[in-house]
Design a protein around this ligand. Structure first.
Ligand code: 5GP
Ligand code: MN
Length: 495
C-alpha cells in the first residue's frame, strides 16, 4: 500500500502530511484537525490551488510543494459559540451538498459557489452588527485584536501543558539549586539542552535572586514567579525564537554580567534593565522576520508602520504582561525608577533589530577610546551592545550546544523562504534552502557580524577574549573546513 504525501498550508505555515491510502476517512480528518490545532467541533475545509474545495479523505490527491492545498478552520468550537441553528444547518447542508457534487463533478458548480458566498456574506453581516450580538456571532473589538498574537488562539493541549509546567516550576522553585549549578549558570559554557522548561524558569529565578534584584527592587517572589510564567507562555512553539532561545539569551547576559564584573561598574537598575530586556526581547515572535512582515503587509507591519515591527511588538507584549498587577515586578519601584526601566528596556529591545546593527556598533566604537561608565550615553550604548551580543551569542557556546541551535535557526529560515515562495513574495536570500547551507550561513555570519561585534566588546573587557572570541574563532574554523570539504566534494563529483 502506498503512502501519500500532501503539502498544505494552515495559518500561513507550510505543513506536510503523510498517510497510507488505505487508512480511514476519520484518521485523515483527525490528522488535518491536529495540524490545524482544531477542536472536535471545528469545521475544516481544504482548497486546491485554484480555490476549489476538495474533500478531506484518503482519496485526496497527492501533490508537491508548488501545488499546495490550503487548510482552513472555518468555524471554531461551535459548542461555545451559539451559532443560530438555522444558519448552522444551512451551512452544513451546503457543505454536504458541495462535497457530494465535488465527488461526482470534480468541480464546485457556480450555483453552489453563489449560494456559499451569500451565506458567508450574511454571516459576516451578523458578525459585525452589534445590536444582533445576542445571536452569539458578534465579534467584539477585543476578539478581533486577538489576531495580532498567534498565541491568543491557544489550543487546549497548550493550556494544559502550560499549567503542568507551572505546577512543576512552583514545586521545584521551593527546592534548593546547588551551589555548583549556580556557579555554572554564570558561564557561557552552560548547556541549555539539559534543562526542561520548568527548570529553566527556576534558573531564571536564581538569576534574579543572585543579582539581588528581589531585595533591591522589593520584588515579591510570587510576583516574580507569575511574571516568569507569563513570559514563558508568551513565547511560541517555533523552531528558533522560542522560550529556550529566551533562556539562552538571558543566561548569556547573566554570564557576561559576572565575567565582566559589571556589578561593580554599573548601577543595579542598569543590570536589571539588561537582564529583563534579554528575557523579553523576542516575546511572541511569530517565526517570520521583519522583512517578511513588511513584504506580506502583516498586521504587525501595519500597526508599526514598517518600523521594527517585531521588536516593537516584543516590547509591547512585555509591558502588557507587566501591566497585570500579579505579574508586575516593577510595582514597588519609584516613578523615577519605573521611567528609567521602561525607557531602558524599550531602547535595549528595539536595539535587537539587526537592521540597526551597524548604526549601534559604530556608535559603540566611537565611545571606546574614551569610554566612561559614568557617562549616560556611553552606558546606554554599552547596554544595547550587551543585549545584542547575548542575542546572537550561540556560536560563543561549546560546539555541542551551538550546533543544534543552527539547525533550529535554519529550520525557521527555510520555513519563511518556503512561505515566501508560496505567496510570491521576494525570497530572503540567506533563508533560501536552495542557496544556503550550514557552513555558508555560519562563515559569513561569523566573519561579518560576530567577530567585528565581539572584538569591540573585548576591547572594553579583555577577559572576554577567552570566553566569547576564542570559541567563535574556533567555530569559524570548523565551518570553514566544512565548507571547503563540501566544495571539494562538489568539485570531485563534477570532474
Ligand atoms: P533575533 O531575531 O534573535 O532577535 O535576532 C538575531 C538575528 O540574527 C536572527 O534572527 C538571525 O537572523 C541572526 N542570527 C543569530 N544567530 C545567528 C547564527 O548563528 N547564524 C546566522 N546565520 N544568523 C544568526
Ligand atoms: Mn533573539
Amino acid at each position: 500500500m502506498t503512502t501519500k504525501v500532501i503539502y498544505f498550508t494552515v495559518n500561513g505555515k507550510l505543513e506536510k502530511a503523510e498517510f497510507r491510502s488505505d487508512c480511514s476517512i476519520a484518521d485523515v480528518k483527525d490528522l488535518f484537525r491536529a495540524a490545524a490545532e482544531a477542536g472536535p467541533h471545528d469545521i475544516l475545509k481544504m482548497y486546491n490551488p485554484s480555490g476549489s474545495m476538495v474533500n478531506i479523505s484518503p482519496r485526496l490527491e497527492a501533490n508537491d510543494m508548488d501545488s499546495c492545498y490550503r487548510l482552513e478552520v472555518v468555524a471554531s468550537d461551535l459548542q461555545s459559540v451559539a451559532v443560530p441553528t438555522e444558519l448552522d444547518s444551512m451551512e452544513n447542508r451546503l457543505h454536504h451538498l458541495e462535497s457530494k457534487v465535488l465527488e461526482e463533478a470534480g468541480k464546485t458548480p457556480d450555483i453552489v459557489f453563489e449560494l456559499k458566498s451569500q451565506v458567508e456574506a450574511f454571516k459576516r453581516k451578523l458578525e459585525n452588527v452589534k445590536h444582533l450580538s445576542w445571536l452569539g456571532l458578534f465579534k467584539d473589538k477585543n476578539e478581533q485584536q486577538a489576531k495580532f498574537s498567534p498565541k491568543t488562539r491557544r489550543s487546549r493541549q497548550n493550556v494544559q501543558e502550560q499549567e503542568r509546567v507551572r505546577r512543576q516550576f512552583l514545586h521545584m522553585s521551593s527546592l534548593q539549586v546547588t551551589e555548583e549549578v549556580r556557579e555554572h549558570l554564570k558561564t557561557p559554557i552552560f548547556d541549555n539542552w539539559q534543562w526542561e522548561e520548568a527548570e529553566m524558569m527556576v534558573l531564571l529565578q536564581v538569576m534574579y535572586t543572585d543579582l539581588d534584584f528581589l531585595m533591591v527592587f522589593h520584588i515579591e517572589l510570587e510576583v516574580l514567579q507569575n511574571f516568569l510564567f507569563e513570559v514563558y507562555c508568551h513565547y511560541n512553539n517555533i523552531p528558533f525564537h522560542n522560550f529556550q532561545h529566551c533562556f539562552c539569551v538571558t543566561q548569556m547576559m547573566y554570564g557576561l554580567i559576572w565575567l565582566t564584573d559589571l556589578r561593580n561598574k554599573l548601577e543595579r537598575i542598569d543590570l536589571f534593565i539588561m537582564l529583563t530586556s534579554a528575557l523579553c526581547h523576542d516575546l511572541d515572535h511569530p517565526g517570520y522576520n521583519n522583512v517578511y512582515q513588511i513584504n506580506a503587509q502583516t498586521d504587525l507591519a501595519l500597526r508599526y508602520n514598517d518600523i521594527s515591527p517585531l521588536e516593537n511588538h516584543h516590547c509591547a507584549i512585555a509591558f502588557g504582561i507587566l501591566s497585570k498587577p500579579e505579574c508586575n515586578i516593577l510595582k514597588n519601584l519609584s516613578s523615577e525608577q519605573y521611567k528609567q526601566v521602561r525607557g531602558g528596556m524599550i531602547k535595549c529591545i528595539l536595539a535587537t533589530d539587526m537592521a540597526r546593527h551597524n548604526e549601534i556598533l559604530n556608535k559603540f566604537k566611537v565611545t571606546l577610546p574614551v569610554f566612561d561608565f559614568k557617562n549616560k550615553e556611553h552606558k546606554e550604548v554599552l547596554m544595547k551592545i550587551m543585549v545584542k551580543v547575548s542575542d546572537i551569542s550561540n556560536e560563543a557556546r561549546p560546539m555541542a550546544v551551538a550546533e543544534p541551535w543552527l539547525d533550529c535557526l535554519l529550520q525557521e529560515f527555510f520555513n519563511q523562504s518556503d512561505t515566501e515562495k508560496l505567496k510570491g513574495l521576494p525570497v530572503t536570500p540567506f533563508m533560501d534552502r536552495d542557496k544556503v547551507s550550514k557552513p555558508s550561513s555560519q562563515t559569513n555570519f561569523i566573519r561579518f557580524v560576530l567577530l567585528p561585534l565581539f572584538t569591540e566588546l573585548t576591547k572594553l573587557f579583555p577577559c572576554l577574549e577567552q570566553h566569547i572570541l576564542e570559541p567563535v574563532r574556533r567555530a569559524l574554523e570548523y565551518y570553514s573546513n566544512m565548507e571547503k570539504a563540501t566544495q571539494e566534494e562538489a568539485g570531485a563529483t563534477k570532474s
